[in-house]
Ligand binder design. Structure first.
Ligand SMILES: O=C(O)c1cc(=O)[nH]c(=O)n1[C@@H]1O[C@H](COP(=O)(O)O)[C@@H](O)[C@H]1O
Length: 274
């Protein structure tokens, strides 16, 4: 999916919600365990219940890889089930020497046909560039992450700036707003406005709303740009909203609450631009 299609999708659906399919077989409702592929049965129900409310699904590969071949099969069924026209993210946090990164890119863009993959930038430019060589595909590079450990390296002062600022500036040089996004944690509220000034045009993938306590209002008021420029992810808060027969309805209700709040911020942004 290209940038303009993503921007149009956000406008049409009045949503920049990304539903995170961090599907843990230990946490899904027990009645699904009799299915041949319980993880897919769960994802299918969540997708059916939320597909009109979100613009993206993020599949965190860890929850699938840990199950070996069965997990990869559930991942493949899930990504194939997501309706075309919805943005797909393989949250795999890859990055290695160039020829290895190329294989990772082929895995997620060609074999599994995701629109995007999350990329860890620690190994530098030649580890990220292979992900930028595929038309209408995206690298989503870690910028300032949502977790406590972001202080360990990302918030190290290097000269007159934090390390994460150097990383973002480098990423802006390596990719374009058409093939590169950055991960910015919703929990980093004191930095959101500053990061948007530093990176005015790119989309941000923003995890950390819901279970990690990040505020949708903070993100939206501080980091939205004229094209919206945000994909806000919530995983556990949506997919585990309920645990009974009606779990998908519970998930939908939470997703709907996020979407309705997003529509308000989008309207404010549209009015401000006019
Ligand atoms: O790259 C990510 O998606 C990511 C980056 C980050 O800084 N923080 C973060 O939580 N994530 C991912 O976003 C999801 C957050 O899940 P919930 O906290 O359940 O909404 C998980 O899949 C995390 O692996």
């Amino acid at each position: 999916m290209n940038r303009q299609e993503l921007v149009n999708l956000i406008k049409e659906k009045q949503s920049y919600l990304c539903v995170g399919l961090d599907t843990d077989i230990q946490k899904i409702p027990k009645h699904l365990l009799s299915h041949a592929d319980p993880v897919f049965a769960f994802n299918k129900a969540i997708i059916d219940a939320t597909k009109d409310l979100c613009v993206a699904y993020k599949i965190n590969t860890a929850f699938y890889e840990c199950m070996g071949i069965r997990g990869w099969e559930s991942l493949q069924r899930t990504v194939e089930y997501i309706p075309s026209g919805i943005f797909t993210i393989a949250d795999a946090k890859r990055g290695d020497i160039g020829n290895t990164s190329t294989q990772y890119a082929k895995t997620f863009f060609e074999t599994y046909k995701f629109d995007s993959v999350t990329v860890a930038p620690y190994m530098g430019k030649d580890s990220v560039e292979p992900f930028l060589q595929f038309p209408e595909k995206w690298a989503i590079m870690l910028g300032l992450t949502s977790n406590e450990g972001s202080k360990d390296f990302q918030l190290l002062e290097t000269g007159n700036e934090f390390l994460f600022e150097k990383v973002l500036k480098a990423g802006v040089q390596w990719g374009t707003p058409e093939n590169m996004m950055f991960v910015v944690g919703a929990t980093q509220s004191s930095q959101l406005g500053h990061i948007r000034k530093l990176v005015p045009d790119h989309f941000f993938l923003v995890p950390g709303v819901g279970a990690q306590g990040g505020s949708l209002e903070d993100i939206s008021t501080q980091a939205m740009n004229k094209d919206c420029g945000l994909l806000v992810n919530a995983s556990r808060a949506i997919i585990y909203a309920g645990n009974g027969e009606d779990f998908a309805i519970d998930a939908r209700n939470v997703a709907l609450t996020y979407q309705q709040e997003m529509a308000i911020y989008l309207r404010k942004m549209a009015t401000a631009v006019v």
